[in-house]
Design a binder for this molecule. Structure first.
Ligand code: B12
Ligand code: SF4
Length: 485
């Protein structure tokens, strides 16, 4: 059985989203017949070129190349203006990195989604042409579609709908981060008109079995394969010169996972019982650095192959474990490799001053991590395993080592008072003023169905309200209970 893996529109255009690359890398390693295509980047380019003018292609090329940030901000503004014209005149759901995300964020009735899937919009013509192209080039028996975020949901179902109509013998399978978190309790049978199976969690073994591989086992590290991906198609859209947020929207980052799952796995608001957080696997530093080395072709063995447009490695871990980070740094330094990398961490006290210095020496340019409510009572209640003082020490180490920090913050956490929120805001401003964080983002607390809080709402003075859904379930409604006198 031949498998074709597709990334549907729309996702960030600067670098490929790594799901099909990891699945392809694994499936190839066990001898399966597999290919991949990123339809998202092809569709976004087709749309911009179709509605743009004779300069559009040139601007996209410029945004995909190595130019100074300031010039790219100007060029991005031209493409942004084109995108907002498309939104005004053609399809209000069009965004660079998401399609109709609002509608898809809490789809409790599949029929609402289905209406949008059936309605033609700005993506359809290009999407269908790109599907035909991929199907003709690869002639698969099974098409696996990834859906990492709500912004790819309509694209995923449109892809399956077209394949089912035009290529009726081909089996369609859906998986990905959105599926794993939101679609664990589908009641409607209609989604199965589009997909023969909808698979939660890691797709390695289920897809290997579909490809006819027997007794497939997954190693603790999976090296992705970028075969079938054309790096020249990707382009930056930069809105501000904030270094940290710029990392998300610019640069052709190769994505690797250091460790699967989270080594802490205890935060009360997090989906810790789902395997992608809860089942932790730590590979060897050697395997990780081998993969980085060959994907970036940075070692002296590959002097002519180095793709200089690749920015480096983005480790897409939940939280990179300090011990493994330290071993990875040793491996990079001892091999004399030079490349930049960044990723998510916990502000764990194990990130000492000497580890931060070693990370900088090994090429780490930035870390992102949760300071959450930035309040000791609430950090304890949510079981984050840090205090403001311990996190601040870690921030000082990164700052001294010259590593940029982005902090995720949360407001409206259960039992949080208005005074605590104001105090947290003041505290975070003081961290920024001391240059201990270079960028912050405040998210509203969301109660998700797979979190410890949802299982023990009373402990957090919450009452969960009834909800109905025949499709997606993730964020659930609640009310705060009045404090007992
Ligand atoms: C890094 C990351 C980001 C980064 C980078 C995103 C990017 N474009 O690369 C940033 C910070 C920018 C980001 C942003 C957002 N993110 Co985010 N992000 C992640 C994170 C931590 C890792 C993603 C990753 O690269 N994983 C590595 C790949 C290999 O894993 P994977 O995609 O899950 O694929 C595996 C399986 O799902 C499965 N699989 C995948 N495809 C298929 C297909 C088939 C057929 C099969 C069988 C299996 C299968 O097999 C793969 C290998 O095991 C995940 C959590 C996680 N651990 O996955 C959240 C996660 C994907 N993000 C999530 C969300 C919600 C968002 C935002 C919408 C947040 C927001 N409100 O703005 C935005 C959306 C951005 C966008 N463009 O639309 C959710 C998505 C779930 C959901 N509810 O929709 C996740 C799962 C975290 C969570 N539970 O909250 N994110
Ligand atoms: S919030 Fe982060 S550190 Fe906490 S359990 Fe989840 S992934 Fe791990």
């Amino acid at each position: 059985m031949k498998i074709l893996l597709l990334t549907p529109p729309l996702l960030q255009p600067n670098t490929p989203y790594p799901a099909t690359m990891h699945l392809t890398g694994y499936l190839k390693s066990v001898g399966a017949d597999v290919e991949q295509r990123d339809l998202s980047i092809k569709v976004v380019r087709d749309i911009l070129i179709a509605y743009g003018d004779e300069t559009t292609e040139e601007i996209l090329e410029f945004l995909g190349g190595p130019s100074p940030v300031e010039e790219k901000i100007e060029a991005s503004a031209l493409i942004e203006a084109l995108a907002s014209r498309i939104r005004r005149k053609v399809d209000k759901n069009f965004g660079f990195s998401r399609y109709a995300e609002k509608l898809c964020t809490a789809v409790s009735r599949f029929s609402t989604l289905e209406r949008r899937v059936e309605k033609r919009g700005v993506m359809d013509e290009s999407l269908e042409m790109r599907i035909d192209e991929a199907m003709n080039e690869t002639r698969p028996d099974v098409v696996g579609v990834t859906c990492p975020f709500p912004g790819t949901l309509i694209g995923a179902f449109k892809t399956a709908r077209y394949i089912k109509r035009k290529y009726p013998g081909v089996k369609t399978v859906l998986g990905g981060g959105y599926v794993t978190t939101e679609l664990r309790q589908i009641k409607s049978t209609r989604p199965f008109k589009y997909f023969d199976s909808i698979i939660c969690d890691e797709g390695y073994v289920p897809l290997a079995e579909m490809a006819g591989v027997e007794n497939a086992a997954v190693p603790s590290f999976v090296a992705p394969s970028y075969e079938g991906i054309d790096w020249d198609e990707y382009f930056d859209i930069i809105q501000s010169d904030n270094f940290v947020t710029g990392l998300w929207s610019s640069g052709k980052w190769v994505k690797l996972i250091m460790s699967r799952g989270c080594y802490w796995g205890k935060c009360a608001f997090c989906d810790v019982k789902l395997p992608y957080i809860g089942s932790f696997k730590m590979p060897s530093a050697k395997d990780i650095v081998d993969a980085a080395e060959s994907l970036l072709a940075v070692s002296p063995e590959f002097p002519h192959e180095r793709n200089l447009s690749l920015a480096g490695i983005h480790f897409v871990d939940e939280a990179m474990p300090p011990r493994l980070v330290s071993q990875v740094c040793d491996e990079i330094i001892s091999r004399g490799l030079e490349f930049e990398w960044w990723g998510n961490i916990r502000f764990d006290s194990a990130f000492t001053a000497s580890l931060a210095r070693k990370m900088a020496k090994a090429g780490c340019i930035c870390v992102t991590g949760g300071l959450e409510c930035a309040n000791d009572r609430l950090l304890k209640l949510m079981n984050k395993g840090i205090t403001c003082a311990s996190a601040e020490k870690v921030l000082e180490h990164f700052s001294a080592a010259g590593i940029a920090v982005h902090a995720y913050l949360m407001y409206d956490f259960p039992t949080e008072t208005a005074a605590e929120m104001r105090e947290a805001e003041r505290y975070v401003k003081s961290l920024a003023a001391r240059n201990l964080v270079q960028s912050v983002f405040w998210h509203r607390f969301a109660l998700t169905v797979h979190s410890p809080i949802a299982r023990e709402p009373e402990r957090f003075s919450l009452r969960i309200l009834p909800y109905k859904s025949d499709f997606a379930v993730n964020e659930i409604p609640y009310v705060a209970m009045r404090a007992k006198k």
